[in-house]
Ligand binder design. Structure first.
Ligand code: SF4
Ligand code: SF4
Length: 419
């Protein structure tokens, strides 16, 4: 373990903005109750403010008189190997970087970003959970953390094209819109590939997939490594620029959308002419403009609720589009969960947590909060616009033997396209 590398990274991350965020904290503890992992377990170390403690200690010890004095007289100690191991479990196992905590902080502290900075230090020191580190390695070597190699990608696309009888343009010259799928969709929910294609074809979009830019998931971003995050982003953005597309559409993956839509702009130059958007926004645009027509009431049986994803709805602001669509498809069946919209709680599987086997107990504990919220609506179907959430709900359904249907928003739109 290279503890000094972590400390150096914490210090490097601590510019004026981070310092002002750390200084602003009044230690009121209000963020704790907002965190689904803290709520579900009551473990004090899962309080968001405690998750950023290593960053605060590094800052105080290097940049404040009180921190230097505390260190000199033994009231604080240098960050140790043991500290890094403990915080690795707090920030990777019990944080989805959902940023719900920052919404309740009276000082407006952006805890999610600070926790991501803690992950960056741990990544530099090599204290990333083994499963996550292995997934990063796979993405480095094979281009995908879920084994979606070039051959597997080609096979899956051929299979979907044949079985769903849908036209899927690949490496189309002159395309204006590049769609990049998540390997969760390709490997676990292939029906989503067909759904995306059916909707874009129905809208008359001049679009394509790319064999070079084929994986939107970014495990470097989960890990917190700037170099890996940048490398995986560049694979997509360089290809988008080379193809001359006007728009890059992220399909149903929330963290990938966060990485491309916001983080990428801090890591590299992106041409102003390239729009980066999420499929949820595109669906709303198509419906509003009449580019696609839906069969009203196509899903009007039972009760249907919508799970708001942290990165797509809370951060991305695509809150109205799913409701606009569900009010067409399920006017009598659609019911809201509480809390909802930007106040929604995370499913518990985001931020790379679902990839870490040792995090399963805390992940399932957090999901029980979601079960309770869904059950209170009486819904038998839960819809979402993130395939990582969909994976968590699908796994949770099996683990807890739930009698629910899980569906993706794009999938529903595709199934309800008017002839
Ligand atoms: S970002 Fe989300 S998971 Fe992480 S500490 Fe805050 S509320 Fe908890
Ligand atoms: S809510 Fe904000 S001010 Fe209060 S402890 Fe948490 S981070 Fe600090």
């Amino acid at each position: 373990m290279q503890t000094q590398k972590a400390i150096n990274t914490f210090v490097k991350e601590t510019g004026g903005w981070v310092a002002s965020q750390l200084e602003a904290c009044t230690r009121c503890g209000m963020c704790a109750e907002a965190c689904h992992f803290y709520q579900a377990t009551g473990v004090p170390e899962y309080a968001p403010v405690w998750k950023v403690e290593l960053l605060r200690r590094a800052y105080e010890q290097r940049f404040t008189v009180s921190g230097k004095v505390k260190l000199a007289i033994g009231l604080d100690a240098e960050i140790s190997d043991e500290d890094l191991l403990k915080w690795s479990s707090y920030v990777y196992h019990a944080c989805t970087v959902c940023n719900k905590c920052s919404m309740v902080c009276p000082m407006g502290i952006d805890l999610g970003t600070l926790i991501h900075d803690v992950r960056s230090g741990l990544a530099e020191a090599g204290v990333v959970p083994a499963d996550l580190a292995a997934a990063v390695q796979k993405q480095l070597e094979e281009g995908s953390p879920l084994g979606m190699t070039d051959e597997v990608y080609a096979d899956r696309l051929e299979w979907v094209t044949d079985d769903w009888e849908v036209d899927i343009p690949i490496d189309k010259e002159g395309a204006e819109t590049l769609v990049v799928l998540s390997s969760i969709e390709v490997m676990k929910f292939p029906q989503n590939i067909a759904a995306v294609a059916e909707v874009l074809n129905a809208a008359g979009e001049n679009w394509t997939l790319s064999t070079k830019a084929r994986e939107v998931v970014n495990f470097g971003f989960y890990e917190g490594s700037h170099s890996h995050t940048t490398l995986f982003l560049k694979r997509l953005l360089d290809q988008a620029v080379a193809m001359g597309v006007k728009r890059l559409v992220v399909t149903e993956c929330g963290h990938a959308y966060d990485a491309l839509r916001w983080t990428a702009y801090n890591l590299m130059d992106i041409p102003d002419s390239l729009e980066i958007t999420h499929i949820t926004g595109l669906l709303g645009e198509y419906v509003s403009s009449g580019r696609i027509k839906l069969k009203g009431g196509a899903f009007n049986e039972g009760k249907i609720t919508f799970h708001d994803a942290c990165k797509i709805q809370r951060k991305g602001g695509h809150i109205n589009e799913p409701r606009q669509i569900l009010n067409i498809l399920s006017p009598d069946a659609f019911v809201e969960m509480t809390p909802n919209r930007e106040e929604s709680i995370c499913c518990g599987g985001g931020g790379g947590v679902i990839a870490i086997k040792d995090a399963d107990p805390v992940r399932y504990a957090a999901f029980e909060l979601k079960i309770d919220q869904v059950n209170k609506t009486g819904a038998d179907t839960v819809v979402m616009s993130c395939s990582n959430c969909r994976l968590q709900f699908t796994d949770g359904k099996e683990h807890f033997n739930l009698d629910w249907k899980i569906n993706g928003l794009t999938q529903m739109v595709a199934d309800a396209l008017a002839d």
